[in-house]
Design a protein around this ligand. Structure first.
Ligand code: NAP
Length: 338
């Protein structure tokens, strides 16, 4: 059975996901697309050589009888509307991060899904599908470094989006660590503080960059994450976990080391699409395979909500300079791991 997918939002990641569903992965094809700009959707159909209908109305696309599931890859503020419409239509939905732009909006999605009674939402947090992060978790889970005590993490981009605001260092960038470290440590956050070192001269007027986010988990693990979106040299994600008896670090992406002209060097990736290309493949194949078994698994609407609650506290901490509490309610039994 080939699942018939619809895609809302044919920008950068929307086109990437259409390409991988149509030409790389097994078990799904894209039959319908929508973008706020219908010409952009038509261009995607043309350029990616898929046999798909362009819908001007995203809600008609969600309701279409020949659509089995929906990928929401439009910009963040539109996610809530489309995910809620998918739940109302009883259609499984893969929603790119963020699940929604506020914790309250994520909470509404959680409530709608719980009321529906069956999981329909997978959130596009891909760290848990990255081979390096999986190996790191295996080492921790096997007890090879003892109980984790501290995490030192880094998320650097060569340059930010043109409309970058300092808060986007949290909502667009750190959000991956907020989800990924919850998964890695199997813990939730208790409090957060944000400190700003001297700002780079490359940072746009009115923005602060870099920033250091200090998190404490409920078990007392201390985490520092450097977010630096004007680092210029490359796209660089690092994570080191310090445990009671050892230290485990995320492996670097595989790359040829070169000895030439009196230098020993390895290239550094510059594009997030390349750094996590395999993880995106595994993530979407996982969505497809679960759907073919009649299930939705992976990062849940609750995970999207938990990350949003922590992100809200981080944005508050940016402004206050104080240690802010992260107030996440108890997880409903609906979302307990099986
Ligand atoms: P993008 O290139 O701006 O693409 C978004 C597309 O959605 C654009 O074509 C945009 O049209 C369209 N759109 C906006 N509002 C819409 C609406 N109401 N209905 C239909 N289409 C709409 O952005 P992107 O980089 O692909 O990011 C899209 C989403 O994926 C964001 O939530 C982002 O955070 C997420 N993302 C996740 C990852 C990851 O690592 N998991 C990586 C990249 C992006 P206009 O351009 O005309 O506004």
């Amino acid at each position: 059975m080939t699942l018939r997918f619809a895609v809302i939002g044919t920008g950068a990641i929307g086109r990437e996901h259409i390409r991988r569903c149509s030409h790389t992965l097994v078990g799904a094809s894209v039959v319908a697309v929508n973008d706020i700009d219908p010409a952009a959707a038509a261009r995607a159909v043309d350029q990616l050589q898929i046999d798909a209908t362009v819908y001007e109305d995203p809600h008609a696309l969600i309701r279409a009888a020949n659509v089995d599931a929906v990928l929401v890859t439009s910009w963040g503020p539109s996610h809530e509307e489309f995910v809620l419409a998918c739940i109302a239509a009883g259609k499984p939905v893969f929603c790119e991060k963020p699940l929604a732009t506020t914790a309250e909006a994520c909470r509404r999605i959680v409530e709608a899904e719980v009321a529906h009674g069956k999981r329909l939402v997978q959130v596009g947090f891909m760290r848990s599908f990255d081979e390096g992060f999986r190996q790191l978790k295996q080492v921790i889970d096997a007890g090879q470094i003892g109980a984790p005590l501290m995490v030192h993490a880094i998320h650097r981009n060569p340059q930010p989006a043109p409309n970058y605001q300092t808060s986007m260092g949290i909502t667009d960038t750190l959000i991956h660590e907020l989800d990924g470290l919850r998964w890695l440590l199997e813990d939730d956050y208790k409090s957060v503080q944000v400190v700003f070192p001297r700002s780079s001269s490359q940072a746009a007027a009115g923005t602060r960059d870099p920033q250091i986010i200090l998190l404490e988990t409920r078990q007392g693990i201390r985490i520092d994450v450097e977010v630096f979106v004007n680092c210029r040299y490359g796209y660089d994600v690092q994570c080191q976990v310090v445990g009671e008896t050892g230290v485990a670090a995320l492996p670097e992406p595989a790359a040829v080391s070169l000895r030439s002209q009196a230098r020993f060097s390895t290239p550094i990736l510059t594009d997030w699409k390349d750094r996590f290309i395999a993880a995106y493949d595994v993530e979407l194949q996982f969505f497809i395979d679960a759907l073919r078994r009649g299930e939705v698994q992976g990062p849940s609407a609750w995970d999207g909500y938990a990350a949003a609650v922590a992100a809200d506290a981080c944005v508050k901490a940016q402004a206050s300079g104080a240690i802010e509490p992260v107030e996440l309610p108890e997880r409903p039994a609906f979302y307990n791991p099986h």
